[in-house]
Design a protein around this ligand. Structure first.
Ligand SMILES: Nc1ncnc2c1ncn2[C@@H]1O[C@H](COP(=O)(O)OP(=O)(O)OP(=O)(O)O)[C@@H](O)[C@H]1O
Length: 331
């Protein structure tokens, strides 16, 4: 049974130019102990999807307008009252943001910030919370943790700050961690260390992780299953090996072809022409059709295609390409 089941989720942002349906009918499941990757170009709705899970929207411009976010044993988070959802945040589902500075209070010492997360949800003394904070800093392999407890965020490197944010996310032993591009702002060596830390945590405790990234190399390194998003919709999903070794949607293929080296060594590097469509007035039919090298006239007609298993291939490898049923349409 999956720990999180998202069904037909729809989220809108209201702005001066109109209403953008940033998440438009997204469905996927996250299984216990799995790292689930969400990939896609900038603006395709990865963050909006994950922020919708906990309704972490800045300002009142965003709202969920349809669908379900079922957290196993807890219920539909999309329908939950704000006061109940506040108890789920951190305790059952924790969020790690791309920039650790946005998650940390610049004026408060690290030890106090980590301890406060614990004290907000558990009845423990200040001394117990500080001890627990110290242990959490050790768990995320921060060297000289006693000294770091009294440091301010600006006194730490970007990598150490992200470790502190991860320590805060782990503080209440959540069942699910959502990590929104947690390594993008870090250099490659530190990025690797943070990925190993998250994986180690999953291996040790069985915590499920949703990992948002635009980097297919990172997905290949850390994730078990994945979803590829384009213009507010999931266009392909399956195990990482199924999707990366046998991509079926032309958008996934295009992402792989645009990737230098590591994931698709046997392909020539080809950038994806054009840019993603407006989510205020998305094109009809397949939203990728205007940029797709194999599109046919039928692709740009009717409703957006839904996810379906590729015939003859594994039942849990799904894509939303109209042409996968047309023989030899996708070479
Ligand atoms: N605060 C906002 N106000 C208005 N529209 C927004 C806002 N945040 C997101 N959107 C809309 O939602 C779309 C998806 O944004 P989202 O941040 O989810 O994309 P993303 O795939 O996570 O991109 P990135 O990799 O750049 O973070 C945007 O293209 C934009 O139309």
């Amino acid at each position: 049974m999956s720990i999180l089941s998202i069904r037909n989720l729809q989220t809108e942002f209201r702005g001066p130019a109109g209403i953008a349906r940033a998440v438009d009918g997204v469905s996927f499941d996250v299984n216990p102990g799995e790292i689930f990757g969400i990939v896609g170009e900038s603006g395709c709705g990865k963050s909006a999807t994950c922020r919708s899970i906990l309704r972490l929207f800045a300002g009142a411009t965003a709202r969920i307008v349809g669908g379900e976010v079922i957290l196993e044993g807890t219920g539909d988070l999309a329908q939950m009252r704000e006061s109940d959802l506040a108890r789920v945040r951190g305790r059952e589902v924790a969020f790690i943001f791309q920039d650790p500075l946005t998650a940390l209070n610049p004026t408060m010492r690290i030890g106090k910030q980590v301890a406060e997360v614990i004290r907000r949800h558990r009845k423990v003394s200040r001394t117990e919370a500080r001890e627990a904070a110290l242990q959490l800093l050790r768990d995320v392999h921060i060297t000289s943790p006693e000294r770091r407890l009294d440091a301010f965020p600006h006194e730490l490197s970007g990598g150490l700050r992200q470790r502190v944010v991860i320590a805060m996310a782990l503080a209440l032993q959540p069942r699910l961690i959502i990590a929104d591009e947690p390594t993008t702002a870090l250099d490659v060596t530190v990025q690797d260390q943070i990925l190993r830390l998250l994986k180690e945590r999953r291996d040790g405790t069985g915590t499920s992780i949703i990992f948002i990234t635009h980097d297919l190399g990172v997905v290949s390194q850390i994730c078990d299953r994945m979803a590829v998003m384009y213009a507010g919709r999931v266009v392909e999903t399956g195990s990482v090996r199924q999707v990366l070794d046998h991509p079926s949607h032309p958008y996934t293929r295009a992402l792989l072809d645009a990737l230098p080296g590591q994931v698709s060594r046997d392909r020539d590097l080809t950038p994806i022409e054009g840019s993603p469509p407006s989510l205020i007035t998305p094109p009809s039919g397949c939203r990728f059709a205007p940029r797709c090298r194999v599109a046919r006239p039928c692709c740009a007609q009717g409703a957006a295609p839904v996810l379906k298993p590729r015939s003859g291939v594994s039942a849990d490898h799904l894509d939303a390409c109209i042409l996968t049923e047309v023989p030899d349409a996708i070479a």
